[in-house]
Design a protein around this ligand. Sequence first.
Ligand SMILES: NC(=O)c1ccc[n+]([C@@H]2O[C@H](COP(=O)([O-])OP(=O)(O)OC[C@H]3O[C@@H](n4cnc5c(N)ncnc54)[C@H](O)[C@@H]3O)[C@@H](O)[C@H]2O)c1
Ligand SMILES: [Zn+2]
Length: 402
Amino acid sequence: MRLKSSCASCLLAIATSPLLVEAGSVCLVSLVELLVPKGCRVTLISGGDMQPPKKILCVVDRGVWQHHPDLLDAITSYCQHHRSLMSLVCPPLVVPGGECAKNDLTNVATIQEAIHQYGICRHSNVMAIGGGAVIDMVGYAAATTHRGVRFIRVPTTVLSQNDSGIGVKNSVNAFGKKNFLGTFAPPVAVLNDADFLTTLSTRDWRSGISEAIKVALLKDVEFFDFIEEKADRLVDRDMQAMLWLIYRCAQLHLDHIATSGDPFEFGSSRPLDFGHWAAHKLEQLTHYTLRHGEAVAIGMALDSTYSYLAGLLPKPDWQRILGLLSALGFAVYTCELSLYLHDQRDTRCIFTGLNEFREHLGGQLTIPLLERIGRGIEVHEMDEQMMSRSIALLAEYQSTST
Ligand SMILES: NC(=O)c1ccc[n+]([C@@H]2O[C@H](COP(=O)([O-])OP(=O)(O)OC[C@H]3O[C@@H](n4cnc5c(N)ncnc54)[C@H](O)[C@@H]3O)[C@@H](O)[C@H]2O)c1
Ligand SMILES: [Zn+2]
């Protein structure tokens, strides 16, 4: 398995390797030893034209560091041990975790300044260890310096391991808009270590499951059956069930990126973004108090309900979807869905999310909906009255199911 930095399909090699789900220890030494086969490890750290030792700048999510206080020393010792291959340019930088990493642009400046100060070149490595937000932010900083330096992702949440970590996008929020500044830049490697998952809060353990449900709903009914069958075990934090969920979800995302023919989204559709037009708007309306995965769960409940009311999705399928989300502990409704519905020019009205979604993708409005569990369909118009009825139905569902 050789890695090239320029092609999305090379990432498939890492994510489809069985090693992905057999990670053993949280310390970086065993993380790299376990996850990356020997020849590949050399390619990873010392790839490119330049002779080793290659420079590496490491950035760590503060939330991860707080739960793994030995991590910074482990990174330093690892690099010292492998000094013929790599040179850690400074002690790992610790940055705020969560969405504030993407909301405060001084974080980007900090990383860019370090790249400048320590002479990180296009053959050096920047490595980010953290949740999806920190990885998005550091990836953006890495992609915009020297027009792109090598970037290694070590995702530490369910969502970042099964979805964002293996994608090709990097971004930060600006002008009140989610992911407004960003790049398409594949990482040179993605390393998933299961031990990081043991320290996640209940919310962050659950949150990423919604992205797995999303891809199952669009593409794989058997995967949906699996999540439904294992719902209780997932709630009980069964690691084996979670590892298969992450593996299958990552694989489906990678298959899509590698084979859809549009990895850099030149078209106006984003087939995997089921439930995301509302999710991105809800994140913004709740001032990011909702996690991305939680907002996606509500967005999917909304678009499933709309699909059902529009006569696209059979009622039993709709009931199974809402039943699964609720069984996992997701809310399917939040009051921000219902505010300012009478004034669709008010930016606090959820419907403005449709136009923001269209604007972000460019071209014609294209929204993924469902025909049945396991099969998505794209539409180019949304009926706002039917959407209002969907919101009312969800509010009722939520009040009767809690
Ligand atoms: N680039 C993409 O393709 C893509 C796709 C989906 C989502 N995203 C982005 O990912 C972000 C959400 O990422 P997320 O769900 O990973 O949440 P997050 O990055 O917001 O992290 C949530 C919290 O978990 C903490 N944390 C991280 N790892 C931990 C660990 N192992 N133990 C304990 N705490 C830990 C963080 O410090 C933070 O407080 C959003 O900004 C979303 O837009 C990007
Ligand atoms: Zn998402």
